[in-house]
Design a protein around this ligand. Structure first.
Ligand SMILES: Nc1nc2c(ncn2[C@@H]2O[C@H](COP(=O)(O)OP(=O)(O)O)[C@@H](O)[C@H]2O)c(=O)[nH]1
Ligand SMILES: [Mg+2]
Length: 435
């Protein structure tokens, strides 16, 4: 068969780096300790030890690793804190698992003291098949156990998994890995048992070779799910890490209304560019320092006038940020006609978002007001009062600003500071209520 790994080649090849040390393996191979998860992960785990947990839709400060979800007296499981992607186990490429397992299998010798050659060969063969089966199955078991159940993830991270990998893909790949493990165990046991029952040296050798070939072929053909899992872990680990403990100002609005320009002007220092895997354009993440306290400020992908079913992943990311992270909103309106979304469409989007996130602390800003002074918005006679008023000055109480001419920026900064201080107070009182 093309591409089949050749056992003889392996035997003859000089021994290279071993991926699994026998001393690392648990006595019962099916009770897996994830000893291969690198020590850097445990460090990351420590630095991410305190976080918020979402219980009954509110954010609860925690210093532990997760809270029990209960319905009545019955615990359902653990809810993960934000930061689960940084704690994902390291996945070995499927070929590395196979090579490593084959090497370990080759080192298995027969139980001492068996003088009958046929008995010795069948004893060794059965042990070798058993070892190969376990060495292939143990890492898979570890992945199944150490990749978090999506249902217990922080809702923000759950949304990111769906947006990035597509709905159901994460569970599907984990399911395939577990199914492969079960098939390997069953095939390995069957052939180890056949080998152990062999009546002659020759039969034992045949049984052994047949079992090895089948296990190897199965792992080679179906091991792609392990590589898919490796890619999933890589993608998720690279995702921007949000800090839900830090009050965050989130700039929301239609595309090109001036959100990123405002993040730059509000941030102390240079904002970082965060890339979610499904964004082609980076999202800016900056910090604001007020009285030695740091706050986050970030823009979100622009929202268009359309229903939720038609929204793309970028828009869904905006909604996930607003739904699942404790954010205060700075909503940006561009009435200059420059951004590509008409003011009347912006009003429709705004009203929907405002209604949906009515409990968020909120500040409205009309951007690019330098352009409004030179070319004021044209009003159409038949438009209703609300639209006319919106086109003229935005929602009631909105601050008019311009990044270009710096109009309104001092007032904006003062109002943003107040908003973030209120957001911080709100978070602390929510935490106190819960503790
Ligand atoms: N005239 C003017 N243009 C602006 C102002 N703020 C932003 N822009 C321009 O508007 C365009 C979109 O801005 P950007 O910040 O990328 O918008 P975003 O897509 O909402 O993040 C860019 O070409 C900016 O230079 C402003 O105050 N005045
Ligand atoms: Mg932007």
């Amino acid at each position: 068969m093309t591409g089949t790994f050749n056992l003889l080649q392996l035997l003859q090849a000089p021994s290279t780096k071993l991926f699994l040390k026998s001393s690392n393996l648990p006595k019962d191979p099916f009770v897996v300790m994830d000893t291969k998860v690198s020590s850097t992960l445990s460090f990351r785990r420590q630095i991410q030890a305190s976080a918020y947990e979402v219980v009954n839709k509110s954010y609860i400060f925690s210093t532990g690793g997760g809270a029990e979800i209960t319905t009545g007296d019955k615990p359902l499981g653990k809810i993960e804190t934000v930061g689960a992607f940084q704690k994902l186990p390291m996945v070995m490429p499927s070929t590395d698992i196979l090579y490593s397992a084959l090497r370990k299998m080759r080192r298995i010798s027969p139980t001492k003291g068996i003088s009958n050659i046929a008995k010795r060969v069948r004893n060794q063969g059965a042990k070798q098949l058993d070892t190969l089966m376990k060495e292939l199955a143990v890492p898979l078991r570890g992945y199944k156990e150490n990749f978090p159940n999506k249902n217990y993830l922080h809702p923000y991270e759950r949304s990111l998994i769906e947006l990035t990998l597509g709905e159901g893909s994460y569970e599907e790949v984990l399911g395939k890995v577990d199914a492969l493990r079960k098939r390997i165990v069953s095939l390995g046991k069957e052939h180890a048992s056949l080998c152990a029952k062999s009546l002659s040296k020759r039969e034992a050798e045949e049984r052994l070779n047949e079992g090895l070939k089948k296990l190897e072929e199965m792992f080679q053909l179906q091991g792609t799910c392990v590589d898919d899992l490796l890619n999933i872990a890589k993608t998720l680990r690279a995702m921007p890490v949000v800090d839900p403990e830090t009050p965050t100002l989130c700039l929301v609005g239609a595309p090109n209304v001036g959100k990123s320009s405002l993040v730059c002007i509000l941030s102390s220092g240079k904002p970082e560019i965060c890339n979610y895997p499904f964004t082609t354009r980076g999202i800016l993440m900056g910090h604001i320092a007020i009285n030695y306290k740091r706050f986050q400020v970030t823009d979100t992908p622009g929202l268009l006038k359309r229903c939720d079913d038609d929204r793309n992943n970028l828009e869904k990311l905006t909604l996930a940020v607003l739904s699942h992270l404790p954010t205060a909103v700075l909503y940006v309106h561009d009435l200059s006609g420059e951004c590509g979304t008409s003011p009347s469409d912006q009003l429709i989007i705004y009203k929907e978002i405002r209604k949906r996130f009515k409990d968020h602390l909120w500040l409205d800003v009309v951007s690019k007001c330098d352009l409004l002074q030179s070319s004021p918005t044209t009003l159409v006679e038949e438009e209703d009062v609300e639209v006319k008023r919106y086109k003229k000055s935005g929602p009631e109480g909105a601050i008019h600003v311009s990044v270009k001419s710096e109009i309104g920026i001092i007032e904006l900064k003062a109002r943003v500071h107040n908003l973030l201080v209120s957001q911080m107070a709100r978070l602390s009182s929510e935490n106190n209520e819960e503790s």
